[in-house]
Design a binder for this molecule. Structure first.
Ligand code: FE
Length: 149
């Protein structure tokens, strides 16, 4: 796992747009069907908008109909962390970026197979990168996609 990214509130405020800041650092939820990725179907990787960590790949994205980008699993179990959230008189499980603690969204147990989970994530917490997951390289490792030479 990559090194943790820790910044002050002021630093995050400068780095992020107001909406990105409100979602990732203040745990706001964007309005359903308004984000950039709920209806986005291109192949590629979704990274943390705050720290760039790779969080989800398009292969695990599915159309849940809920108005937020939904995934059955993160790229790796360690890429996100979870914690109980008792706000709004509900018990939900919050999903955070494990590298920078950005609030991403929540995970629910009403997803399709194989995990049965729905990672319900704010578009504003994600940045889509249209690279093939297979072409991604381990951090700090130089590897070439043979197709590109
Ligand atoms: Fe992050």
């Amino acid at each position: 796992m990559a090194k943790r990214v820790v910044k002050s509130d002021e630093e995050w405020r400068k780095l992020l747009t107001p909406e990105q800041y409100e979602v990732t650092r203040r745990k706001k939820t964007e309005r359903a069907f308004t984000g950039a990725y709920w209806d986005h179907h291109e192949p590629g990787v979704y990274t943390c908008v705050a720290c760039g960590a790779e969080l989800f790949v398009s292969g695990s994205k599915y159309d849940s109909g809920c108005g937020w980008p939904s995934f059955t699993a993160p790229t790796a179990p360690a890429s996100v962390s979870t914690q109980d959230d008792y706000s709004h008189f509900l018990h939900r499980v919050e999903v955070l970026c494990s590298r920078c603690d950005a609030h991403l969204g929540h995970v629910f147990e009403d997803g399709p197979g194989p995990t049965g989970l729905r990672y319900c994530i704010n578009s504003a917490a994600l940045k889509f990168e249209g690279r093939k997951p297979a072409a991604r390289q381990a951090e700090g490792e130089a590897s070439e996609d043979p197709q590109e030479s």
